[in-house]
Every structure is written in C-alpha cells, then in structure tokens.
Design a protein around this ligand. Structure first.
Ligand code: GLY
Length: 371
C-alpha cells in the first residue's frame, strides 16, 4: 500500500492507495468511526458491486451501516439530492465530530463532501473513491460541489476529507471506457510539470490499463502525490498553482457543453481532447514545438482515447465553442485564463489569450481530417 500525505495547513490527511482497502474499511478508519451508526452515501451501481463488502466490514466490527443509495449519474449532483441527503444526515443525528462515508465516483464524492461542509457548519467525511478519475483527482484536495441550471459545479465549498481510501480492486470492475476517461487525469500530471511521468505514461499506459497491479498502484499513487503537492501549495486556488490542475478543462468544458454533458462525451474524455487542443493551440501560438503537441495527441490516441474533435461530429463552429467557454467559472473580470504549455511538463496560466484566435483555431480543428 502507498500512503500519501496531503499537507493542508490545519487539515492534513492521508490518501492510502492499495488493493483490498474496501474489505478493510473499519481497520483503515480506526479512530474515525466513533459511533455504532455509520452513514454511507453511494450510488446504485457501486452499492451493487461493493455494498456487501462494506456491510460485512462494518457489521463484523460492531457498526451499523446506514445507506443512502442515490441514482448513478451527474444529475445526482443537484439541489434536490443535496437537501434530501442533508435532511437524512440530520435524521441520523450526525454530529460535527462524526464521519460520513462517500463511497463512489466524483458525483458521490462531490455531493457528500458538500453535505459534510454544510451540515451543522461542517462535519467530517471520508472519501472512498471507486473510479480512477475520483482516485487520482476529485477525491483529493477538498473541492465539493453540485450543479445548477446555470452550469456544472457552480455551487460548492472547499472542505477537506479526513482520509481518502483508494482501493485499486474497485478499478477491476470499472468499464474500460470509464478507466480510460480517468486515465486522462493521470496523463495531465505529466503534462503539467512532470515530463518524466509523461514519458512513464507513454511507456506503461498499455500494461497499466490492461490490469498490471504494480503499474496501477504506481500510476494512482504518483498522480495523488502530484495533486497533494499542488493543493498543499494552493488549497483555495488563489495563487494560480492549483489552477494548473484545470489543464484541458476549458476546451473540454466547451465540448461537454456542446454535447449536452451527456454520455456522448464523458468528462475525462473531454479533458483528454482538451489537453490535445491546449497543446496544439500552444504550438500554433509559437509557445512549444509542433512535434511536442503531436506527441501529446499521439499518446492520447494510442491508449484509445479520442484525440481529434473532428470525429465528434459536432454541428457548430469555433465561435459557438468559445461561447460555451464564457460561462466557465474561471472567467475573471471579463477575461478567460487559459492553461497553455511551453513544453511537455511546463504548463502555465496565460491571461492574454485572444478568444478570436481560439475560435479560429477551433474552426481548423473541427475541419481537420480524422486519421
Ligand atoms: N480537479 C481540479 C482541482 O481539484 O483543483
């Protein structure tokens, strides 16, 4: 098992990465579950796959699980589920010092984390992420949120968990499409500031995605360590350091919006495309060699992720995609900061990007012949 410390001032915690952690839930949480009753928020799919394992660990150790089993999918991150889940926690008489367990992917982690941030002005919670995306990104760093009619993640809070348990066994039951979508966030850490890790990804992604246990542990633990380093430096995204974690997200968000935040394009798939676009736009702007941008695109395509927006069959132009970007929550006094690259492993925040130039670039990408 790998243990990574997230050194947030005043609220440090561990992320433990290894196989079999769900079966060992109670020993792993020693000292945190102080009452017999343990509230667990999850979704129907995760409950079907892992509910009995968690149930056994809790009951064998004298606890009584209280399940809140929500529909799977992004629509669960809503005001309605937030309010109903908080009412449920109040009925269970959860106190500030008690822990709620978030068992699932990013949707469950974000919703449960926000409930924990609000309940009695803040109770504690444990993240038990079951998707690759949640293990390497959303469960670490304390961002919690729901979606509203105006957009995704527009209502939320920073609220750090007390512990993150990333069980690699959970990845074994994950559909390949979801595993690949999560892998986009792994590659991201290489592109941000770790060229050696990008090279590791190029060399090892195939075997890692195919199931090699040691490579999976390394990929998840290394990603978590990168994220831990960044959020410890800039917990609330105020200095620009944490903003680097949004690489590919502005382009990706526009694509998600254009495809209706639907199954047509998963978040991680949009991030993968967004990183290719960020790399190509950087090359077109003369910031990095074209060959480096194509190296990014080649790796994304090599693992089986979509690397060309022309293959999405969108019926829109670049200006329409840019319009979606204007609703991005990163808008800052009328300008939209972009994460661009000077090299693989050298991402920076650029506040001077012309949206007309982005629209023209996207027109060309939409027309680029798919190989
Ligand atoms: N997923 C980006 C962040 O946690 O800041």
């Amino acid at each position: 098992m790998a243990v990574i410390k997230v050194d947030i001032a005043g609220a440090p915690y561990e992320v433990r990465v290894g196989a079999g952690l769900l079966a060992e839930l109670v020993p792993q949480c020693r000292g945190l579950l102080r009452k017999r009753a343990v509230p667990i928020v999850t979704d129907v799919n995760v409950h079907a796959a892992w509910g009995s394992v968690i149930e056994a660990s809790l009951r064998d150790n004298g606890h009584e699980p209280h399940w809140r089993i929500l529909p799977a999918g992004e629509q669960t991150k809503s005001w309605a589920e937030l309010s109903a889940t908080i009412d449920w926690l109040l009925e269970l008489e959860v106190e500030r010092g008690d822990h709620v367990i978030a068992l699932g992917g990013g949707v469950i982690g974000d919703l449960t984390g926000l409930c924990a941030a609000l309940l009695k002005r803040g109770c504690k919670f444990i993240q038990v992420p079951t998707t690759l995306l949640a293990q390497v990104d959303s469960s670490v760093g304390g961002k919690t949120a729901i979606n509203t009619a105006a957009g995704k993640n527009l209502v939320g809070a920073f609220h750090q968990p007390s512990l993150v348990l990333a069980d690699l066994s959970a990845l074994e039951t994950l559909p390949m499409r979801e595993l690949l979508a999560g892998y986009a966030e792994v590659v991201k850490y290489g592109l941000i500031d770790d060229a050696d890790f990008f090279a590791w990804c190029e060399a090892n992604a195939g075997a890692m995605l195919a199931g090699d246990a040691a490579l999976r542990e390394y990929a998840v633990a290394h990603s978590v360590a990168s994220k831990a380093r960044i959020v410890a430096e800039d917990e609330r995204e105020t200095t620009g350091k944490r903003a680097l974690l949004n690489l590919g997200h502005t382009f990706g968000h526009a694509l998600e919006a254009e495809t209706g935040f639907s199954n047509r394009l998963l978040h991680g798939e949009a991030v993968a495309l967004g990183m290719v676009l960020a790399a190509r736009f950087s090359a077109r702007s003369g910031l990095m060699p074209k060959v480096s941008a194509e190296r990014v695109a080649s790796h994304i395509a090599a693992v089986g992720l979509r690397a060309e927006i022309a293959t999405l069959g969108l019926e829109c132009d670049g200006a329409a995609l840019v319009k979606h970007m204007l609703h991005d929550k990163k808008m800052d006094a009328g300008t939209l900061p972009f994460l661009l690259m000077k090299a693989i492993g050298e991402t920076y925040l650029d506040k001077t990007v012309s949206l007309d130039a982005v629209a023209a670039f996207l027109d060309d990408e939409l027309a680029r012949p798919a190989n």
